[in-house]
Design a protein around this ligand. Structure first.
Ligand code: GLA
Length: 440
């Protein structure tokens, strides 16, 4: 069968404005609204003199350079939420740290060990946040994680409560950033959660004012982290989590974000993973060294995903230059899952120094081809089959990627050089599977 592929890019940009980039139906109207908000957000009030504009541009460039120092490539590591959720303990984090080392994951690049929600205890009389009984000594835990050549991440919210209703940072931002620095924290995921209530209460029925409040809250913590870093010299990766609302990709860097979630929560099923991955089309231009789109943490090795589904998930995230934050239980990781997470060539595509996110080039029905520019004039090409049966006879459509004549190709998951191939090359892609090539 010859698969006819349609150029979808322009179509997707139209859909994108109407929410296609986020996928989840409930978010569509929020995104329409978001596009308007962002126009306002992009004109940061510096319409004045030439001098004022130049000063703002200089500040922006300085901020971009600072972000690029902290996260030059998409952050890689592990996070507790997708598998352990509210049950995570100090022991789980130590076990994970040990296994990141012994499995080879640390050396493959997975260096951040991130504790998600439910570590938080009460505040003491002077307002300092304490960890709860599941985490008896955060400083000692950070020392342990650091002793393994890893880094420790933590989680909070700009609201009074986190999403799991633990203590958030509202009104204690500087104090919390200082505490994190004292403990030796290297990464903060800052999750909007109950701050939405503050936005609604302070600016009822005024989405633009709510957006300003949200950005101000993220900037407050950014400034607090900078102060803490100035004291300790320990940079802290700043990860925004507000589910992609108000086109966060357009203003994330302006509040100091190294990465920002572009979607609602992922789950360990193929429909959700592919919905999120496919929904990222059109976002490539917002990512680059220091500032990354985050389609949420990996589910590779969780739930009942098949081998092809895990490979497709890993490939999609690599093509998206997405943060690779594993979310599986390493104490039960099979060699097969380890091989997917640690495929050196897939990781190299994700981490490529050019820092370019890939985008969808063609699609017809369940078949999509995505391309990602790489260093050295190379291109990663992923041919996905999101459908329920194998697809045969799929070609490359190199011309549409600006490539002419024959190219030298390597099949990443097969670990095989294919020699010279052209547009007459054909492949078979299994159900829920992918063929990933690097060509030059
Ligand atoms: C939200 C986030 C998740 C996770 C939970 C924790 O749902 O999107 O990634 O952090 O909160 O409560």
């Amino acid at each position: 069968m010859r698969v006819r592929l349609l150029m979808l890019k322009a179509g997707c940009l139209v859909l994108f404005a109407a929410g296609c980039a986020v996928g989840a139906g409930a978010q569509v109207s929020q995104n329409v609204q978001a596009v308007q908000l962002t126009q306002e957000a992009q004109a940061p009030g510096v319409v004045g003199t030439h001098g004022a504009r130049a000063k703002a541009a200089k500040e922006q460039a300085q901020r971009a350079a600072a972000l690029a120092k902290i996260a030059p490539a998409p952050p890689m590591g592990w996070n507790s939420w997708n598998f352990f959720a509210g049950k995570v303990t100090d022991k789980d984090i130590r076990d994970t740290a040990n296994l990141l080392v012994s499995s080879g994951m640390r050396d493959a690049g997975y260096v951040y060990v991130n504790i998600d929600d439910t570590w938080e205890g009460e505040r003491d009389a002077s307002g300092h946040i304490q960890s709860n009984s599941k985490f008896p000594d955060m400083k000692a835990l950070a020392e342990y994680v650091h002793s393994k050549g890893l880094k420790l991440g933590i989680y909070s919210s700009p609201g009074a409560k986190t999403c799991a209703r633990y203590e958030g940072s509202l009104g204690h931002e500087e104090q919390d950033a200082e505490t994190y620095a004292e403990w030796g924290i290297d990464y903060l995921k800052y999750d909007l959660c109950s701050y939405r209530t503050v936005m609604q209460q302070q600016a009822p029925n005024d989405p633009q004012a709510q957006n300003r409040l949200m950005r101000a809250a993220y900037e407050t913590m950014h400034q607090a982290l900078l102060k803490a870093t100035a004291k300790t010299g320990r940079p802290i990766v700043y990860s925004l989590c507000q589910y992609g609302w108000d086109s966060v990709w357009q203003w994330g860097p302006s509040v100091g974000a190294n990465l920002w979630r572009t979607t609602g929560d992922i789950s360990a099923n193929f429909d959700r993973i592919s919905e999120i991955g496919r929904g990222q089309a059109g976002l490539a231009k917002f990512a680059g060294p220091g500032h990354w789109n985050d389609p949420d943490m990996l589910e590779v090795g969780n739930g009942k995903l098949t081998h092809d589904e895990n490979v497709t998930h890993m490939t999609l995230w690599a093509m998206l230059a997405a943060p690779l934050i594993a979310g599986n239980n390493l104490t039960q990781m099979t060699p097969e899952i380890g091989a997917v997470l640690m495929n050196k060539e897939a990781i190299a595509i994700d981490q490529d120094a050019l820092g370019r996110q890939g985008d969808r080039i063609f699609a017809e029905g369940p078949v999509e081809i995505w391309a990602k520019p790489l260093t050295g004039g190379r291109t990663a090409i992923a041919i996905f089959n999101f459908g329920e049966s194998a697809m045969r006879g799929i070609g490359l459509h190199l011309k549409q990627m600006g490539l002419h004549g024959k190219v030298t190709a390597r099949d990443v998951w097969a670990g095989k050089d294919l020699g010279k191939i052209g547009d007459d090359w054909r492949t078979i892609v299994p159900r829920h599977g992918v063929v990933l090539l690097v060509v030059w």
